[in-house]
Design a protein around this ligand. Structure first.
Ligand SMILES: [Zn+2]
Length: 141
């Protein structure tokens, strides 16, 4: 069941395994939104830095690698100094493909390739179907 605990466990595992040297201060993760063209985001809130993952990804038909890749993507923004206490390394969060370059250097090349194929072949049809699912069937946090 992809509830809050599930997401938090994945988040901690990915941070510790793939980004052990990135200092983490007041960062939390949550399910949020029912987005078609956005998988996640990162922003500062009054409680610290929020990483949000598309709530539609609670559905088991969304490959776990897509969620892992989204989490890693947002951690890289944090690492580059966006919405974090760390020094800002670029003017724009996606300047010159810096996120994908970092993902590839940390071993996510396979996941990027698989995600592209999955988005093209599966995501939009699944999105259409999921939008018919009553909101109460998704976990709130
Ligand atoms: Zn991004």
């Amino acid at each position: 069941m992809r509830n809050h605990e599930w997401l938090e466990t994945r988040f901690n595992q990915i941070w510790n395994l793939f980004f052990p040297e990135v200092e983490r201060k007041m960062v939390f993760i949550r399910w949020k939104g029912f987005w078609k063209n956005k998988f996640g985001h990162i922003r500062k809130t009054g409680h610290g830095t929020e990483i949000a993952i598309n709530r539609l990804f609670q559905d088991e038909r969304v490959p776990e690698d897509v969620i892992k890749l989204t989490i890693a993507h947002e951690i890289i923004h944090y690492m580059h100094g966006f919405h974090s206490h760390l020094p800002k390394q670029f003017n724009h969060p996606h300047a010159h493909g810096v996120v994908n370059k970092e993902l590839i250097s940390r071993g996510f090349k396979y996941a990027i390739k698989n995600e592209k194929l999955w988005v093209k072949n599966n995501w939009f049809a699944l999105y259409k179907e999921l939008r018919k699912t009553p909101v109460k069937e998704f976990h709130r946090y």
